[in-house]
Ligand binder design. Structure first.
Ligand code: MUC
Ligand code: MG
Length: 374
């Protein structure tokens, strides 16, 4: 064990994995997921893995998979090689000074360093972050096949198999009337006991939202996610005050600074946190502290990452005391295959946090070869 191990090498590759069915969001229809995987090799031979993943190319965030790979290869690797591998704070500070923005890639670098450090000391990433307060995390499933009947059938199967009992619906692609009818039909078919949340992904104007959310609230929907464009903080604050149904900020709650801005305006009574948006795992804990101080609830969000990014998220989410709305860490279940040897255990509406050191996974390099973009 070398306390003073240095970062020796940073490798990146792009993985394309097909989805089990098309996934319809307001800004994109996904048929595959593209992940940028970062492998950091340290001078003591220990390696760590991280993931930078977005949704729908450049339609969700402002970093594309191809751009993320280039940013790491061209700018981040030369900057961090030779730095102390255990000192994630110093590496994050160095990147903060010389690399503006680029939160998705910074998150992957911090993940890989924490994975390596955990392996070095025989500790789970959650332990490095202060310790998990729960061994499992609630996980909902997103119904987004693009067809109401298919969504109902999918939900029934998942309820019957006891994998999930809470669902999120993605709307905003169609006119509000059609979208609201779709939500109401699913809620009616699944019944009172099944919790349903609705993500509009910024697709509505404030006036449309005021009418639309009223109908969703009347239909019995439990939570409304990001109805307005992310820059409309005051609009989000007005909706939060106006409605009984909780309003959650997702795209608007990107960084630590965003969390402070939203909290000080009481824009959103729930924050969806994502390691990619916030630029890493420690930033999630900083956002969570702001939310805790402001009495805002938390939800563990996903950028639909594969197993690596999903577990990085799970390790930090498991350390949070105010994760009142559970998580949506189902990303690997949307994919037809995986590049890790042991998949995450899902069942009874939860995922199990692996107990092993680091992220608690090992990579299947044959699978990497199969799915790696050539
Ligand atoms: C989002 O905006 O929340 C999370 C789940 C899902 O289906 O899409 C993502 C993105
Ligand atoms: Mg969302």
């Amino acid at each position: 064990m070398d306390q003073f191990a240095l970062i020796k090498q940073v490798e990146t590759f792009i993985i394309d994995l097909p989805t089990i069915r098309p996934h319809h969001l307001s800004m994109a229809v996904m048929h595959k997921q593209t992940m940028v995987i970062v492998r950091i090799i340290c001078s003591d031979g220990i390696e760590g893995i991280g993931e930078s993943t977005t949704i729908g190319g450049l339609s969700y965030g402002d970093e594309s998979p191809e751009g993320m790979k280039l940013t790491i290869d061209q700018y981040i690797a030369p900057l961090i090689v030779g730095q102390q591998a255990n000192n994630t704070n110093a590496v994050m500070q160095l990147m903060g000074k010389y690399i503006q923005g680029n939160h998705f890639v910074k998150s992957a670098i911090e993940t890989a360093l924490l994975d390596a450090k955990g392996i070095r000391y025989g500790l789970a990433v959650s332990s490095l972050l202060g310790g998990a307060v729960t061994p499992t995390l609630p996980v909902l499933w997103t119904l987004a096949s693009g067809d109401t009947e298919k969504d109902i059938e999918e939900a029934q199967q998942l309820i019957d198999s006891k994998r999930h009992h809470t669902f999120k619906l993605k709307i905003g692609r169609n006119v509000p009337k059609k979208d609201i009818a779709h939500v109401a039909a699913i809620k009616k078919a699944l019944g009172e006991d099944i919790k349903i949340t609705v993500d509009i992904n910024q697709a509505w104007s404030e006036s449309t939202a005021k009418q639309g959310i009223k109908k969703l609230q009347d239909a019995g929907i439990d939570l409304i996610e990001q109805p307005l464009v992310k820059t409309n903080v005051q609009g989000l604050a007005r909706l939060t005050r106006y409605f009984e149904v909780p309003i959650m900020a997702d795209e608007a709650a990107g960084t630590v600074v965003d969390a402070f801005k939203l909290a000080s305006n009481y824009a959103g009574s729930v924050f969806a946190l994502k390691i990619a948006k916030s630029g890493g795992l420690t930033n999630i804990q900083r956002q969570a502290a702001i939310a805790q101080g402001a009495g805002i609830s938390l939800y563990g969000g996903t950028m639909l990452e594969g197993t690596i990014g999903t577990l990085a998220s799970a390790h930090v989410f498991a350390t949070l005391p105010n994760l009142d709305w559970g998580t949506e860490l189902f990303g690997p279940l949307l994919l037809t295959d995986d590049i890790v040897n042991t998949p995450i255990t899902y069942g009874n509406g939860v995922l199990e946090l692996p107990q092993g050191p680091g992220l608690g996974i090992s990579i299947n390099w044959n699978k990497v070869e199969t799915y790696k973009r050539k």
